[in-house]
Design a protein around this ligand. Structure first.
Ligand code: PMP
Length: 424
């Protein structure tokens, strides 16, 4: 079994110096680096089978279609979704943001009466409720806030505890008989906290609401099984799971996808189109995949999914837990506060922190000068920062390629921040 030091060698980008220091990449929550097999898969596609999928009778089109659909099936296997032909539950998108907007738009279309009787289960009317949480990335908050504004629905949210965990224990009060949609994150992109989603899903289903999961920060780090979790929809991006940029996936339980009206319109999603009648749309997933697909990227994302399954998600989780142990030592430094759970239970190696008296941009620059890449800012999650009483933070986030020494290097660098800036 390949060890993690060997796995790290599969990432060519890591083998370089930044400002004279070996690169320490601790910004995988923003985007993960790519192993050579993923980089090669994209180039190999262009070298050998590049052609439009699902069209054309020629051999290359058949080969690219097969590779595209195989990648969809690999992704389905990674997340515990159905991969059998005709029962597919994975929709290709251009990223998590696109997937979440697709859903919100489709629910909005259902609210306008589109999609017929089957789509009624997604329709919202004034006074209905949409529930999110204060821990959401803006790509969950804003599409559903906009959907509420368009339909007259009321946006409600889960509060967070002192460590920024979603208060799942309040599910019975927050989710009511009027709630139609619940959308929350599986893992906070700032706090690194794993949401206890079971009570939320149970309550959502009890009142007949649709449950949407933002799986952006869970799929790359945890073993997820959407069937076992009883999730209705889930969105994530390939670029955070060691795959290419520009591509993402939306899981939908098959019967729900079949009932959902389309959100984007164009080529490759209709059976029949007329000048004077409504088009007859294809079955899912094609109904949601209007236009030419990012085929090379999807194929490479499938390679990334396979690559992760080969490592084994449980093994990866255990590896990242040792990194998290080390990163949490940031909280032992005087003047440093962790914005998220302090213990290593139910969290991943995404650790946001505040250095008292030093602006995150100054921290980031100081750290960068030592070859260490972390993220600074509000990480597209302003409400959670407000919850902690800050506007911005520093965020270190681990990946499969990090070694304990990387986390140690960061901790040592952060120790020097306040003395360097003369903060007492
Ligand atoms: N949700 C979470 C939790 C995220 O971390 C991100 C990426 N920062 C997104 C959604 C949006 O993903 P993308 O920008 O790839 O569409």
């Amino acid at each position: 079994m390949t060890d993690f030091a060997t796995i790290r060698k599969e990432f060519p980008i890591l083998d370089q110096r930044i400002h004279g220091h070996p690169l320490v990449y601790l910004d995988s929550a923003a985007t993960a680096q790519k192993p050579q097999c993923v980089i090669d898969a994209e180039a190999e596609f262009y070298r050998t089978i590049n052609a439009g999928v699902h069209r054309g009778a020629h051999e290359l089109a058949a080969r690219s279609t097969m590779a595209f659909e195989e990648a969809r099936a690999k992704m389905a296997r990674l997340v515990g979704a159905n991969a059998t032909e005709g029962g597919e539950e994975i929709v290709v998108t251009s990223g998590a943001t696109a997937g979440l907007n697709l859903l919100a738009t489709a629910f909005g279309n259902a609210s306008l009466g589109r999609g017929g009787a089957a789509a009624k289960r997604f329709a919202l009317k004034p006074g209905d409720e949409i529930v999110v949480s204060k821990a959401e990335h803006h790509s969950v908050l804003l599409p559903f806030q906009e959907l509420a504004a368009r339909t007259g629905a009321i946006l409600k949210w889960f509060d967070l505890d002192d460590e920024g965990r979603i208060r799942s224990d309040s599910a019975d009060e927050v989710i009511t008989e009027r709630t139609r949609i619940v959308a929350v994150t599986h893992v906070g992109n700032t706090t690194g906290a794993i949401t206890d989603i079971a009570p939320i899903i149970r309550r959502a289903h009890e009142v007949g609401a649709v449950f949407v999961l933002d799986a952006c920060q869970s799929v790359p780090h945890l073993k997820v099984d959407f069937h076992a979790l009883d999730v209705d929809f889930a969105a994530w991006s390939a670029h955070k799971m060691y795959g290419p940029t520009g591509v993402g996936f939306l899981y939908g339980r098959r019967d729900l996808l079949e009932a959902l009206p389309p959100a984007n319109f164009g080529g490759s999603m209709v059976e029949l189109a007329w000048m004077d009648q409504e088009a007859q749309y294809m079955e899912p997933p094609a109904r949601f995949e209007a236009g030419t697909q990012p085929v090379a990227q999807v194929v490479a994302a499938g390679v990334a999914a396979d690559w992760l399954m080969n490592i084994g998600m449980e093994r990866l989780e255990a590896h990242e837990k040792t990194l998290t142990d080390e990163l949490l030592k940031l909280g032992d430094i005087e003047g440093v506060r962790i914005l998220g759970p302090r213990d290593n239970e139910h969290r991943i190696g995404t650790v946001a922190f505040e250095v008292d008296g030093v602006h995150p941009h100054d921290v980031g620059q100081f750290i960068d000068a030592q070859g260490i890449a972390i993220r600074v800012g509000h990480h597209c999650a302003q409400p959670v920062h407000r919850h902690f009483g800050v506007y911005a933070s520093n965020r270190a986030s681990s990946g499969v390629y990090n070694a304990v020494e990387d986390a140690q290097a960061l901790v040592e660098a952060v120790k020097q921040v306040r003395p360097f800036f003369g903060v007492k």
